[in-house]
Design a protein around this ligand. Structure first.
Ligand code: SAM
Length: 229
């Protein structure tokens, strides 16, 4: 089956079929590499369907491809709400993601903040938000990924999942390696014993993504801990 035929809603099917997005003035831009690849979107869709999270969040909106997969899964679940953060949605991406959500009838499931993640996430922590799932497809610079992780770790409940995109890029890879080596309150999906994968409703992610489960309420490290990685 083609990616378009397997897409979970008609807007995604059309985008994958044409492999381009349309700007407000009618011009078109290629869907890739900005938009999330179909097999990665399908993984997010499947996770949200299996786990039925109440509150989800993503960093990095752009064309809204990942958002369409996540929100379509929430719609099919019949429950859940999604927070999206991106400072450049209208300035760099012509509001394309917002129009895709509108067209798919998914706008009401989303709260959108047009701000940098590093400024919005601490405000969400302050207001007591607790997440069941987060997807990070934001800036791919090492210091951004680490900064965002610091706040996401505070926002995620025990048992919640955190998925990173583009883990093949050096800045993301290094930051995610830090999390894997230095945060005992997070366990990487796929490195767990096989029985845990089978019974947890969390399949290992495809190439390009890495997924973690928050397994403790608090970070148990001593103030001077550091595991070389
Ligand atoms: C690869 S694109 C996201 C693609 C999107 N997930 C999709 O499937 O269409 C990366 C996005 O990160 C956003 N971004 C860059 N810096 C950011 C920041 N500080 N906070 C949040 N998002 C940021 C960019 O504006 C861009 O939209």
């Amino acid at each position: 089956m083609s990616d378009a035929a397997a897409a979970p809603n008609p807007v995604l099917a059309r985008l994958l079929e044409r492999q381009e997005v349309q700007l407000a003035d009618g011009r078109t831009k290629p869907l890739f590499p900005t938009g999330l690849r179909a097999h990665r979107g399908a993984y997010l869709f499947d996770l949200i369907r299996r786990r039925r999270p109440a509150l989800t969040l993503e960093l990095g909106f752009a064309y809204g491809i990942s958002t369409l997969y996540i929100c379509e899964a929430l719609r099919q679940n019949g429950t859940g709400h999604h927070i999206v953060i991106d400072p450049n949605e209208r300035t760099h991406f012509d509001g394309v993601g917002l129009r895709h959500l509108e067209e798919a009838g998914l706008s009401s499931l989303v709260t959108f903040y047009e701000e940098p993640a590093e400024l919005r996430l601490p405000k969400l922590v302050e207001s007591g938000v607790r997440l069941d799932f987060a997807f990070n497809d934001s800036d791919h610079l090492f210091d951004h990924v680490i900064t965002e992780f610091l706040f996401l770790a505070l926002l995620l409940r025990k048992g919640a999942l955190l998925v990173f995109d583009d883990v093949g890029l050096p800045g993301v890879a290094r930051a995610v390696d830090f999390v894997a080596a230095n945060r005992p309150d997070f366990a990487e999906v796929g490195t767990e014993p096989r029985w845990q994968t089978l019974f947890s409703h969390v399949p290992p992610p495809p190439k390009g993504l890495r997924a973690f489960r928050k397994i403790a309420d608090d970070d148990p490290r001593s103030w001077d801990d550091f595991t070389p990685f």
